[in-house]
Design a protein around this ligand. Structure first.
Ligand code: ZN
Length: 358
């Protein structure tokens, strides 16, 4: 009798213990000035919350199920569904991550966004978490055919087809895509830059195919904005020609010099990211395609120079080379090209978490 009772008691304790066990959330805790901080992206991932960070304004938005939390790096004030909440400690940067004090987790995050009860198997970070919007620019078009292969294959058609395949893949990953052209039309370079800059996209990807008098020349290469172009000249040019997406109160004085300095910083930052992106795309292409990878090079293409976001121009192959023209004619190969670019962007996006925004 006593034994049975004991067994029952043990069973009851066991069951109630299981039932009341809290959902465990294994998150690394960082100590900043003696205060516990959490990685914002880790918190968002465990709750399925969408996180968008704007490097220009250093603001982040957390969105899920009609709830929004706005915060700013370096600031104690956060907006929880538009209602102000003053934290004891500010949102901060640590090891290149945005980190939030434990108080933010308790007062702002936990009441609004619950930890998923049965966390899905550890899957790769969704691309859409860090890359929300991409501009794809199929080179040439309309009266401008670009390079023409020996069998008559036109660069403008190859570029557009690869761009469309890439766009579909991005959309499947939840990334918004803006195309500078969707059909065989002529778009001036300045217009392409304008489309890119008005979009406030995270990335700009221009797609081209190469040609050279030396027909044996072949391979895949990626260009980024040239470091040899004078930065301050470019910054001054950009400040004059483009509206800067910063709070207008920053520019009450409308100082061209201040804008130029800011632009210089943004360009330097974007160039480093463009190089990183170019390398990741080349690596993915090397893994997927049986072609020579020439690598990442600097360029002074007008279309890259004016863009105010990380920007690369991909030369997918040489139409002047017989083998590569044949490859570029092949839909299956164009698919593999698009897939390689997507994978490169994916690798790049994963690294964004570790990049310092400051
Ligand atoms: Zn071209």
């Amino acid at each position: 009798m006593n034994k049975k009772l004991l067994l029952l008691l043990v069973i009851i304790l066991f069951i109630s213990g299981c039932a009341t066990a809290p959902v465990r959330e294994a998150l690394p805790v960082y100590s900043l000035n003696g205060t516990a901080y959490y990685s914002l992206s880790a918190l968002c991932q465990s709750r399925g919350v969408s996180l968008k960070y704007d490097i220009y304004t250093r603001t982040a938005n957390l969105i899920k199920d009609n709830h929004v939390i706005d915060l700013m790096v370096g600031d104690n004030l956060v907006l929880v569904d538009k209602r102000a909440l003053l934290l004891k400690y500010p949102v901060d940067m640590h090891q290149g991550m945005i980190v939030v004090p434990a108080q933010f987790k308790e007062l702002a995050l936990d009441p609004l966004f619950k930890v998923a009860r049965a966390p899905a198997k550890p899957r790769e970070m969704p691309l859409g978490l860090f890359i929300k919007k991409v501009v794809i620019d199929p080179g040439h078009g309309g009266k401008d055919p670009g390079a023409i292969g020996r069998t008559g294959l036109k660069e403008k058609d190859v570029n557009l087809d690869i761009a469309k395949r890439l766009a579909n893949r991005f959309r499947q990953e939840g990334v918004e895509v803006i195309m500078t052209r969707n059909s065989d039309v002529f778009i001036p370079l300045g217009k392409r830059v304008e489309i890119a800059n008005n979009s406030r996209a995270d990335l700009f990807i221009s797609i081209h195919a190469n040609a050279n008098k030396t027909r044996s020349l072949h391979g895949f290469e990626v260009y980024y904005v040239s470091p040899t172009v004078n930065d301050s000249t470019r910054a001054a040019y950009a400040a004059k020609h483009f509206y800067l997406n910063l709070d207008s109160s920053y520019f009450a004085s409308n100082s061209q010099t201040l804008k130029a300095i800011l632009w210089d910083m943004i360009y330097t930052y974007n160039r480093a990211k463009s190089i990183s992106l170019g390398r990741d795309i080349c690596r993915a292409a090397g893994d997927n395609l049986n072609v020579r990878i020439i690598g990442v090079k600097d360029a002074r293409f007008e279309v890259l120079r004016g863009t105010r976001m990380p920007a690369v121009l991909i030369e997918v192959g040489f139409l002047s080379n017989a083998r590569e023209e044949q490859l570029l004619r092949d839909g299956h190969y164009r698919d593999k090209l698009a897939q390689s670019i997507l994978e490169g962007v994916f690798d790049y996006a994963k690294k964004l978490q570790l990049l310092t925004f400051a």
